[in-house]
Design a protein around this ligand. Structure first.
Ligand SMILES: Nc1ncnc2c1ncn2[C@@H]1O[C@H](COP(=O)(O)OP(=O)(O)OP(=O)(O)O)[C@@H](O)[C@H]1O
Ligand SMILES: [Mg+2]
Length: 272
């Protein structure tokens, strides 16, 4: 396992979580990702189910990837993973913000961001420059929406390759929001199960700016307005949603996984 630890630099360009094992199956047109640090697949699946109850695809031009749970036999072993439909159509390619802006700048995006005086300026720069380059004039709202979703589900892996646009013949469109799998305290190695979820939630650090989730979200909201509208969820219904998928995990982890997910959403939804 290679994990790039970012100590003194606030802005992560690549993932501090490393890569999950994943592949595309041409036959079925589906992407598969294996769990690696914990219950990433369950986080992806539950988050996409909850987002289904939001305004995202009803009142905005944006969308998100639906993930489902699956079991896969890899190198002779049964593994848990998640599956999603390929969101790229014929002739389209994904361009991450890191790549888009680094090419545009002619120097690493991270360097440019570090030179800006505040997170507010960094958010403004990312949002407005991307809108300018791509012609996607609602990109600032899209970025705000991503930070709102991350804040609600505590996804601490929103590095600059997990935000992207879609390119086709020189034109751009909004990329469905993808890779929420680090949310809901899914990382059981770096976020150990013997620490109370409340403590882990309090210490969580948001990417890409290395600040708190609430600050990052509010920074974007104060610039571009609120975008996400989602109802509050109750303890019982959240536990029931998680319960549907617990068979994909060892029995001994069921209570811990449920507690971590339910606590995260109950606490974080108060900040929305
Ligand atoms: N459903 C999909 N449709 C199209 N492309 C996809 C899909 N899922 C994943 N990809 C491709 O795989 C890349 C990585 O996906 P994703 O970010 O979900 O994986 P990851 O292993 O969690 O990434 P990391 O841990 O490095 O952030 C995406 O940038 C995209 O190019
Ligand atoms: Mg990713």
């Amino acid at each position: 396992m290679t994990v790039k630890l970012i100590s003194d630099e606030k802005i992560a360009e690549t993932s501090s979580k490393g890569n999950q094992e994943k592949w595309y199956d041409k036959e079925t047109g589906k992407w598969y990702k294996l769990d690696r640090l914990g219950y990433e697949s369950l986080a992806e699946t539950v988050i996409s189910e909850l987002l289904n109850e939001s305004n995202v695809e009803k009142d905005t031009p944006f969308s998100f990837v639906r993930y489902g749970m699956t079991r896969l036999r890899v190198h002779g072993r049964e593994r848990t993973g998640c599956v999603s439909d390929n969101f790229l159509k014929e002739g389209e390619s994904i361009v991450t913000l890191n790549r888009l802006l680094t090419l545009y700048l002619g120097c690493p995006l991270k360097e440019k961001l570090l030179r800006l005086p505040s997170d507010r300026k960094r958010i403004e720069y990312l949002a407005n420059t991307t809108a300018e380059i791509t012609g996607l004039d609602r990109f600032p709202e899209y970025l705000t929406l991503i930070f709102e979703i991350d804040s609600l589900f505590l996804n601490d892996d929103r590095h600059l390759n997990n935000i992207a646009v879609i390119e086709k013949d020189g034109g751009y469109s909004y990329c469905p929001i993808f890779d929420n799998g680090a949310g809901l305290l899914s990382d059981m190695r770096f976020l150990p199960p013997d620490v109370e979820p409340k403590g882990l939630i309090k210490e969580a650090v948001a990417m890409p700016f290395g600040t708190t989730f609430t600050r990052q979200m509010n920074g974007a909201r104060s610039l571009f307005g609120n975008v996400l509208n989602i109802r509050k969820f109750g303890r019982e219904e959240l536990a029931a949603k998680v319960g549907k998928y617990l068979d994909f995990y060892p029995k001994r982890d069921a209570a811990i996984i449920t507690d971590r997910i339910v606590e995260t959403i109950l606490i974080r939804q108060k900040m929305m």
